[in-house]
Design a protein around this ligand. Structure first.
Ligand code: ZN
Ligand code: MN
Length: 246
């Protein structure tokens, strides 16, 4: 199901089914998680869903739109490497155009980085001006987690909102489930910024970003929570794709 492992002979059949493009980022995720969390999570979810949908997963976009202080820690952490909006729009658009040229018509853009959403939407809007018979779904994995599961997983810690959940319970749990070998469990911390203004400040003052890069309580993460999240999200992706792109 991974396009990168296919020959062109296999690809030319697979591209006619559901095509999934994971959208990621290269961004700090605290002292305990690797820089590619936002790539790993949607890529692994895409593989799980593609297995049931007989879909094809394209190579993920490994960089994303600029990390913002209150949803990703922002640009000042070493490693965080982001794209201009124009670059990201055209990267997605170029991939969609060429995949369409090869016969792709049904696309799922599976987003793993909070700041990407508007740019993915713009790329799809531009794409549809030419590709009149294409159909697409854009979804961010956190947006389809049920209220019931949120209540269960955040029962002890309290749910702070998805933007603040960066490098915290959901991402740490999913990484413990998908690639535990990449989680530095002895470095997991709870943290929060001194204040969280409901507006953006440029350049960002230091007190709106926690020093660790963890925006909430990562110690409440567990592999079991990661498994619950991964299973529910995969089921929902499969259901949504069958409903919207059948
Ligand atoms: Zn992330
Ligand atoms: Mn992110």
């Amino acid at each position: 199901m991974l396009a990168e492992h296919m020959t062109w002979v296999e690809y030319q059949e697979a591209v006619k089914k559901i095509v999934i493009l994971p959208l990621g980022a290269f961004e700090q995720h605290g002292p305990h998680l690797p820089l590619n969390v936002d790539v790993v999570i949607p890529s692994r979810l895409a593989e799980c869903a593609a297995e049931q949908l007989e879909g094809m997963v394209l190579p993920a976009i490994n960089y994303g739109y600029k990390s913002q202080p209150t949803s990703g820690g922002g640009p000042l952490f070493p490693g965080t490497t982001s794209l201009d909006g124009e670059t990201l729009i055209h990267l997605i658009l170029d991939i969609l155009r060429d995949t369409y040229r090869h016969g792709g018509r049904k696309f799922l853009l599976l987003n793993g980085h909070y700041e990407n959403m508007a740019f993915a939407t713009e790329a799809v809007d531009l794409f549809l001006r030419e590709a009149k018979d294409a159909r697409l779904v854009i979804l961010a994995w956190w947006d389809i987690v049920s209220e019931k599961l949120v209540k269960e997983i955040w029962a002890e810690a309290g749910f702070p909102g998805w933007d603040t959940e960066h490098a915290s319970i959901a991402e740490t749990s999913l990484m413990l489930y998908f690639t535990p070998e990449h989680v530095r469990v002895d470095k997991i911390v709870d943290d929060q910024s001194e204040r969280t203004p409901p507006y953006a400040i440029f350049p960002p003052p230091a007190d709106i970003v926690p020093k660790s890069g963890v925006l909430y309580k990562a110690t409440y993460a567990s592999q079991a929570k990661g498994e619950m999240l991964a299973k529910e999200i995969t089921e929902s992706i499969v259901r949504i794709v069958r409903q919207e792109l059948a």
